[in-house]
Design a protein around this ligand. Structure first.
Ligand SMILES: [Zn+2]
Ligand SMILES: [Zn+2]
Length: 268
């Protein structure tokens, strides 16, 4: 399995959309790994995770074709992950397709918003529920419940093929007990975990800072969900967390956690 981190920034990206923060200024001056577009990823070149406002730019930057998508899997309905206006461009008259050429998987709330925006369009939307696995081609995909957006079934995503297991944990907060219990049966090869709040934790329950991130990873190691050879990579870094890429590495690398960046690719 290959995961490509198309974007690793928080809701307003880095540099922040209208921000004058230290991290934003550094990103403007130095570029490189400190520039972060809105969080999204793609697995094996065709399982797309979330549809943020920078999707076309991200895919083009990586030399990947949107026409290769077989699935678009939504984690939740926040605007940095859910830009439904983009869906229209996959269909007639922008293309020759009269039916959407990939399947959309989304929780009940996000599905309802898609149907609301495209009431008469031939979209293949499958409603997903946390802890209910579904097949897609050679994969088994299992959403798990995240502690993030209260008014919907916010999901992190387990993706398994014959040999590998990925857990994509963007926008998660500290999981509720039922999610920890569910994960006990899994062995994860690669965990992508958000670290939105960096060194500046806030009162908002729905995101992790550096210290939360380390605690979550250590608990997963104690449970055996993560083994010695498993890789852990961060994503969803907000400029308000006040962590430059190398500063985050200094804090997280000693705990066996790699800091993700736009364009990072992991093969496992
Ligand atoms: Zn987000
Ligand atoms: Zn969110």
């Amino acid at each position: 399995m290959i995961i490509n981190l198309l974007g690793t920034g928080g809701a307003d990206g880095v540099p922040g959309f209208y921000a004058d923060s230290r991290v934003s200024r550094y990103a403007m001056e130095h570029g490189g790994k400190d520039v972060r577009t809105r969080t999204a990823a793609i697995v094996d070149g065709h399982l797309k995770l979330d549809l943020g406002p920078e999707t076309l730019t991200q895919m083009t930057r990586e030399g990947l074709w949107i026409r290769d998508w077989s699935a678009l899997i939504f984690t939740h309905g926040h605007d940095d992950h859910f830009a439904p206006a983009e869906i229209q461009y996959a269909l007639f008259p922008f293309t020759s397709h009269e039916c959407l050429p990939f399947t959309i998987y989304a929780n009940p709330q996000v599905s309802a918003r898609i149907w609301g925006q495209y009431p008469d369009w031939p979209l293949d939307v499958v409603v997903t529920h946390s802890f209910q696995p579904f097949p897609h081609g050679e994969y088994v995909i299992t959403p798990i419940h995240a502690n993030h957006k209260e008014d919907e079934d916010s999901q992190n995503i387990l993706i398994q093929d014959e040999t590998s297991t990925l857990l994509y944990g963007t926008d998660t907060g500290i999981w509720p007990d039922e999610t920890w219990a569910f994960l006990e049966d899994y062995a994860v090869d690669v965990l992508v975990l958000e670290c939105s709040e960096g060194f500046r934790g806030t009162a908002y329950h729905g995101h992790l800072d550096v210290y939360d991130c380390i605690r979550v990873v250590e608990r997963l190691r104690r449970m055996g969900v993560l083994r010695e050879e498993s890789r852990v990579v961060t994503t969803h870094h907000a400029h308000t967390g006040d962590g430059l890429h190398h500063e985050l590495e200094a804090a997280l690398n000693p705990h066996g956690i790699e800091v993700g960046f736009d364009g990072m690719t992991l093969e496992f």
